[in-house]
Design a protein around this ligand. Structure first.
Ligand SMILES: Cc1cc2nc3c(=O)[nH]c(=O)nc-3n(C[C@H](O)[C@H](O)[C@H](O)COP(=O)(O)OP(=O)(O)OC[C@H]3O[C@@H](n4cnc5c(N)ncnc54)[C@H](O)[C@@H]3O)c2cc1C
Length: 305
């Protein structure tokens, strides 16, 4: 079915461009970055450990933009004797970096500890390596990578941002670009964020308010869902907040001037999509066809892991 038949705008979104002069590093020739900051983003008493890690990229020639990822190569070898494979981490800072220095990059890393088939705790290789790094230590990085999960150049576009856990990382970068660097965004920005509880509400809690501080911006609104909320606070998942706000969000999508982004654990994708699928079907439209058209226009962006 053509875009005309679907009643869709045919214009492809023009996204921010990756500078031509930007240098990219490969896994076999990485850049040695240095740790400037490694601090907790989760509050004391939280059952998970999520870190704010800032790296110094001085003299690398790297020029990343919002929505890209950086690869980290843990030292040592795997069980089969080969070097550890690269793990990707979403860049959480805007292109202007931290402390007014574009030669810095911020990552948001969750310490992964999972249970093997025997029920024993196993520590994820790269995340534990990163979370345990000390200030001043060197770390091998490659990239930056990613050419699609990018912001549109036109600031009248309504942005729908959906994240769970560390999926919030690229949205800190987006929000910094929009409200810190550019100071304004004309379109509406709606952020939906899911975590277990308020202690894990990263960038919007007592430890770090890097996103929360922009809540008073005229075009910005954030909705949090806590699956293991403290007593007295309603429990829910990110898709429940998307569902509760579907009227506004679906109107943005129907109008056509939007860009949708979803980042975080793969498990949340189906529940969030269900809201849009139901809306499309109520209006006699085929969701899979719509989504394919949105993807082709650069309006439907997902990065799950
Ligand atoms: C594009 C992209 C962006 C990413 N951005 C981020 C980010 O911003 N922050 C971040 O913390 N991670 C991010 N990740 C995930 C990251 O790349 C690693 O997969 C993660 O840190 C686990 O690696 P590890 O070496 O510690 O675990 P490994 O030694 O590789 O073990 C991973 C095993 O842990 C299990 N596991 C349990 N929970 C998780 C979990 N939450 N994530 C992954 N595996 C899990 C899985 O079963 C998996 O088999 C991103 C991944 C992609 C592809």
């Amino acid at each position: 079915m053509s875009n005309d038949q679907l009643n869709l705008p045919t214009l492809k979104l023009v996204k921010y461009e990756i500078p031509n002069s930007a240098k990219t590093y490969k896994p076999n020739a990485p850049f040695m970055a240095r740790v400037i900051v490694n601090e907790h983003l989760t509050e004391e008493g939280s059952s998970v450990d999520i870190r704010n890690i800032v790296l110094d990229l001085s003299d690398s020639g790297i020029q990343y933009i919002e929505g890209q990822s950086l690869g980290v190569i843990p030292p040592g070898i795997q069980e089969d004797g080969r070097p550890h494979r690269v793990r990707l981490y979403s860049i959480a800072s805007s292109r202007t970096g931290e402390f007014g220095c574009s030669q810095t990059v911020t990552l948001c890393v969750k310490r992964v500890i999972y249970q093997n088939e025997e029920g024993q705790d196993v520590r994820g290789v790269a995340s534990n390596y990163l979370c345990d790094l000390q200030v001043g230590e060197a770390v091998s990085v490659m990239g930056p990578t990613g050419r699609t999960f990018l912001l549109p150049q036109d600031d009248s576009v309504n942005l729908i941002l959906v994240a769970a856990g560390t999926g919030i990382a690229p949205f800190r970068s987006f929000i910094q670009r929009i409200y810190r660097d550019k100071k304004h965004w004309n379109g509406q920005v709606r952020l939906f964020f899911g975590a277990r509880n308020g202690m894990e509400s990263i960038y919007m809690n007592r430890k770090n308010d890097d996103i929360g501080q922009y809540m008073s911006q005229e075009t910005f609104e954030a909705f949090n869902a806590f699956s293991h909320a403290e007593t007295g606070t309603p429990r829910g998942y990110v898709q429940d907040q998307v569902h509760a706000n579907q009227e506004e969000i679906c109107a943005m999508i129907d109008e056509g001037n939007f860009s949708f982004y979803l980042c975080g654990m793969k498990a949340m994708e189906a529940g969030v999509e269900e809201v849009f699928r139901n809306h499309a079907e109520r209006n006699g439209r085929n969701w899979e066809e719509l989504k394919a058209a949105f993807k082709a226009q650069g309006r439907w962006n997902t990065e799950t892991y």
